[in-house]
Design a protein around this ligand. Structure first.
Ligand code: ADP
Ligand code: MG
Length: 293
């Protein structure tokens, strides 16, 4: 283990309260937000969010732009702190993680995949996947490379280990970014609209990979505009608007028989957009097929 890893090892300088924390880790609930309120300056953005995610579950957050979805994710991994409420991840009080070492220890356990993949352009795919496990987690290079090859196989990019990000399509780069996140063996992965910036023909391959992770039991919170995907993979769906959770429930209920008019209206609009996106995807697939004849 290298010095950096030692510096941020959560087991170092174990506080006396850790026994309680360890016992809590047997709790089926991995993430919980209770009455979370957050304002940016005078502008209220989250107005009493309650949400919980059990181990092995996939939870989706859907809702209009600006409704607070990304802010919820950023609160979960401690990137921003709400003014009020409680957030726990595996029993750890996220708001009480004040030092850099505490914050890093928390974030090592929570993967975050964004719309922008942010791969290192000057490093090969393999090096992108091994740099953090080696330098942050202190794994040996051989072990990290072994893991990286297995993960590339999982995201169906086994033949791209020595490629550079610039040589890959957006969908391939996003799959590398997902593999890079998995390389840290996180307890939880937060996905924030990871397909929004992709060419339509590469969206499906990324959603398939995420769907397989969910099937494998990876705990996930997904912010997505892909309604069919959310319906397919989620154990529970939360609909947000104006910084509140308007409605939540099983996907069959939320998508099939929403209780709230706001949810119904949002889904009607989103389905219209979904249909347009699907038409665009099938047009570009047809164009691709023609081009390769
Ligand atoms: P969503 O992900 O649902 O589109 P966000 O969580 O990104 O919504 O944003 C919710 C609201 O908070 C928006 O009105 C946005 O402009 C505002 N907001 C987000 N981040 C900041 C910030 N760092 N400073 C000020 N306002 C912000
Ligand atoms: Mg957002």
């Amino acid at each position: 283990m290298n010095r950096l890893a030692l510096a941020v090892d959560p087991l170092e300088h174990t506080p006396p309260s850790v026994d309680r924390e360890v016992k809590k880790s047997a709790d089926p609930v991995l993430v919980s937000l209770s009455d979370v309120h957050l304002s940016f300056g005078a502008a209220p953005v989250l107005n009493g969010i309650n949400l919980s995610v059990r181990r092995g579950e996939a939870v989706s957050i859907i809702g209009p732009s600006g409704s607070g979805k990304s802010t919820i994710l950023r609160c979960i991994n401690g990137l921003i702190a709400p003014q009020h409420g409680e957030i726990r991840v595996d029993g750890i009080d996220v708001r009480a993680q004040h030092t850099d070492a505490q914050k890093i220890a928390l974030r090592k356990r929570i993967g975050f995949v964004f719309q922008q993949y942010n791969l290192f352009p000057h490093l090969s795919v393999l090096a992108n996947l091994t740099i953090a496990p080696v330098s942050v987690l202190g794994r040996s290079r051989a072990e990290a490379e072994h893991d990286a090859h297995a993960l590339l196989k999982k995201v169906r990019l086994a033949d791209k280990a020595h490629a550079y990000p610039g040589e890959l399509s957006g969908g391939q780069q996003q799959r590398v970014a997902i593999a890079r996140t998995l390389a840290m063996r996180p307890d939880l992965i937060l996905f924030d609209e990871v397909t929004s910036a992709l060419d339509p023909e590469t969206v499906g391959e990324v959603l398939n990979v995420i769907g397989e992770l969910v099937d494998d039991g990876q705990t996930c919170v997904l912010v997505t505009h892909e309604m069919r995907f959310a319906e397919d993979v989620s154990d529970e769906v939360f609909f947000t608007e104006g910084g509140v959770i308007v409605e939540h429930g099983e996907p069959s209920q939320i998508f099939g028989a929403p209780d709230n008019d706001r949810t119904r209206l949002f889904l009607q609009r989103a389905r219209g957009e979904d249909r347009r996106a699907l038409r665009k995807r099938s047009r570009s697939n047809a164009a691709l097929a023609l081009a390769t004849l």
